[in-house]
Design a protein around this ligand. Structure first.
Ligand SMILES: Nc1nc2c(ncn2[C@@H]2O[C@H](COP(=O)(O)OP(=O)(O)OP(=O)(O)O)[C@@H](O)[C@H]2O)c(=O)[nH]1
Ligand SMILES: [Mg+2]
Length: 363
């Protein structure tokens, strides 16, 4: 199982540029709109100070971070939900992502004109959000028609589903997103067959010029807007961060320090995405490799073992569990055990963020 974040926004907002900064995939970027047509897919390593500390402590031959996927799709414009631009394709490509990353342009550029003629992040956000909302209304109305037919034919279960869909439709018509309607678990169950965009976790990226980043007007306005959506906003210096990928790792830090930054904005973007998706990290130390893995919050041990290998899930017996802080403080697994801080857990135990797991299983 992997998690995919969809990068959305107007044409020329810098989506592919940020995708490249995240994944080093080298997707095409261009000064003209709709330079991306087919989605670019790539994985980004999840920045993890704990994994780095385990590397320093244990000196393994191999240190493998966990990853998260990003999809960079075509830009969307007003009317996309009715097929304008690359509308329908665009919408099909983001139906199956787990989280929406909305890139908003906060840089002026003579060589790359804004598709709407001026820099105005609030207008830009509204254009994109309106299309998401209209696209959801469209898909809801189609699903409702199907259900209404079933109810007429006497299918009782359809009525409750229809009520859930109508509630979302009503909310959307008032401009309220599905994710903000406080839907109950049974309602969410009924919405399963309808991949609503406005139900997905959501965050903003402000793609800024250096001037804007140092406290510009457009950046401030975007911060206020994101607060009204209760969505995180991550500032990124898109073109500079994409260039960072071409530098050797040791020079990247220097480059960032020159800009007064402790770490790249894309790190925060990945971490925020991870948090919004409700994911946790556990670690394995096997032979000469220390490796980080991702599971959703509340995952029982056998399923976590299955991330590593399906045989380990099938034959799961138990796991030895330590937490990162204990290992860091005490210096070795043997010392953690000696101090009585290593515990043995069975199949009902739920993995906690930052645990180091040793699985015991039968073949
Ligand atoms: N000055 C400046 N230019 C940028 C920045 N980010 C991207 N650009 C430039 O803006 C242009 C468009 O960037 P892309 O990444 O191709 O934009 P996109 O959102 O993927 O565009 P479409 O795929 O056409 O929808 C390119 O020429 C980039 O070099 C930035 O932060 N500052
Ligand atoms: Mg693009």
């Amino acid at each position: 199982m992997s998690w995919r974040c969809g990068i959305i926004g107007l044409p020329n907002a810098g989506k592919s540029t940020i995708f490249n900064a995240l994944t080093a995939a080298g997707a095409d970027t261009a000064i003209y709109p709709f330079s991306t047509i087919n989605p670019n897919l790539g994985v980004a390593p999840v920045p993890d100070p704990r994994l780095a500390a385990l590397g320093t402590l244990l000196k393994p031959e191999k240190l493998t971070p966990t990853t998260i996927e990003f999809a960079d799709v075509a830009g969307l414009i007003a009317g996309a939900s009715k097929g304008e631009g690359l509308g329908n394709q665009f919408l099909a490509h983001i139906r199956d992502v787990d989280l929406l990353v909305h890139v908003v342009r906060g840089f002026a550029s003579g060589k790359c004109p804004h598709p709407l003629g001026s820099l105005d992040p609030v207008r830009d956000v509204e254009v994109v959000e309106t299309e998401l909302l209209l696209a959801d209304l469209e898909i809801l109305s189609r699903q409702k028609l199907k259900l209404e037919k079933k109810v007429k034919m006497g299918e009782k279960a359809g009525a409750a589903a229809l009520a859930a869909l109508s509630r979302v439709e009503e909310g959307l018509n008032q401009g309220r997103w599905a994710r903000d309607l406080g839907l109950s678990p049974p309602e969410l169950e009924h919405l399963q067959p309808v991949p609503l965009l406005t139900l997905k976790p959501y965050l903003f990226v402000a793609n800024l010029s250096e001037d804007e980043f140092q406290g510009g007007r457009h950046y401030k306005v975007l911060q206020d807007l994101a607060a009204t959506r209760a969505a995180p906003l991550v500032p990124i210096l898109g073109d500079l961060e994409a260039e960072l990928q071409d530098l050797p790792p040791e020079e990247r830090q220097e480059f960032l320090a020159g800009l007064g930054l402790a770490e790249p904005g894309i790190h925060r973007l990945i971490q925020e995405s991870y948090r919004l998706l409700g994911l946790v990290t556990f670690y394995t130390i096997v032979g000469t490799e220390v490796r980080a893995w991702t599971v959703p919050h509340g995952t029982p041990l056998p399923r976590a073992a299955g991330r590593v290998h399906s045989d380990m899930e099938k034959g799961f017996i138990r796991a030895e569990v330590m937490n990162f802080e204990d290992l860091q403080k005490l210096g070795s697994a043997a010392k953690v055990k000696e101090a009585g801080r290593l515990h043995v857990e069975g199949r009902d135990y739920l993995v906690q963020d930052g645990e180091i797991l040793l699985f015991r299983f039968s073949r």
